[in-house]
Design a protein around this ligand. Structure first.
Ligand SMILES: Cc1ncc(C[n+]2csc(CCOP(=O)(O)OP(=O)(O)O)c2C)c(N)n1
Ligand code: SF4
Ligand SMILES: [Mg+2]
Length: 291
């Protein structure tokens, strides 16, 4: 039997094993708080798996399974189909995976789940690297960021996960940020009410891997949005919406310089990144206008 700390409030106990200042913890608590206890969670290896408990202890007060890194979405499908076979249409099935387990290793099973239009909520908390195994670069690591596999800075851009979900024409996909918790919680609620697959891509600043002061997690998350490095958007029933359209983006320099993983960037690299972020944002606005 797993032991849980039943005295703590909410569906996640206190005293979890995440690092100080970890955004994943905030995401985990808020997502479960909105979804409620009639939820089954599937977690692959990664920081969220250790967060949820190890050995004979768990921090999470709902049923769940730890899956392989490849198969979160496939496992969610199996659980959902099993519930439906029992006549249970009310229990929410939630996949909760990191960026590596989503945009790289679990992408095939996620694609299959979306193509089959399974009624599953899939949350990718994105700390922009394989943190749990020693900060290796993933295909969600942004251009220029130093990781243990890209020590001189990642030479390529990141994948666009919400764009990939939209290409499957699922009914609801969105990005979110811990700096905008009301918006995040509203999106989780929408995902719960969606009749079909929904995907939430949530920015998860990680003081350990990004090398910044753990007290600054919300500041860093907000700066990512204000500079256009993380765009808050929704793809709902075929239409794109930018949630906080910005007339002017803040310069990326302060955001990058606050994080040790960008220490290797020279001023001309930052200038190049600035152009790339502005271009990406402008293209996104054009895409939303095409609705
Ligand atoms: C197929 C496979 N490759 C590698 C691993 C080893 N592994 C376990 S956790 C992990 C990191 C996962 O990274 P991410 O999904 O981004 O989650 P994070 O640790 O950043 O929270 C890796 C590579 C594995 N379990 N399975
Ligand atoms: S390594 Fe990063 S994501 Fe993982 S628990 Fe620590 S702060 Fe959170
Ligand atoms: Mg990760």
């Amino acid at each position: 039997m797993y032991k849980i700390n039943a005295e703590s409030k909410g569906l996640v106990s206190h005293g979890v094993s995440a690092c100080a200042g970890c955004a994943l913890e905030l995401i985990f608590r808020n997502v479960l708080d909105v979804l409620g206890e009639d939820t089954i969670i599937v977690i692959p290896p990664g920081c969220s798996a250790l967060f949820s408990g190890y050995g004979k202890e768990t921090a999470v007060k709902i049923p769940g399974a730890q899956m392989t890194l490849e198969a979160t979405a496939a496992c969610c499908t199996g659980i959902k189909r099993g519930l439906l076979a029992q006549g249970n249409t009310h229990t929410t099935v939630l996949g909760f995976a990191g960026d590596g387990g989503t945009v790289d290793i679990g992408l095939q099973s996620l694609s299959g789940m979306m193509e089959r239009m399974e009624k599953v909520i899939y949350v990718c908390y994105d700390n922009e690297a394989y943190m749990n195994t020693g900060i290796q670069g993933s295909s969600s690591t942004p251009l220029g960021a130093s990781t243990t596999t890209t020590p001189a800075g990642k030479p390529t851009k990141r994948k666009d996960l919400v764009g990939i979900a939209a290409a499957h024409d699922i009914p609801y996909a969105a990005t979110a940020s811990v700096a905008y918790l009301t918006d995040l919680r509203k999106k989780v609620k929408k995902a719960k009410e969606t009749d079909g697959p929904s995907l939430l891509h949530i920015h998860a600043p990680c003081p350990t891997g990004w090398r910044y002061d753990p007290a600054k997690t919300i500041e860093i998350a907000r700066a990512a949005v204000e500079t256009g490095c993380w765009i808050l958007c929704e793809f709902e029933n075929g239409k794109w919406v930018i949630n906080k359209p910005l007339k002017e983006l803040k310069p990326v320099g302060a955001y990058l310089k606050a994080q040790g993983r960008f220490n290797n960037l020279k001023e001309h690299d930052i200038a190049q990144l600035q152009i790339q972020v502005r271009d990406h944002y402008a293209r996104f606005i054009e895409k939303a206008k095409l609705n």
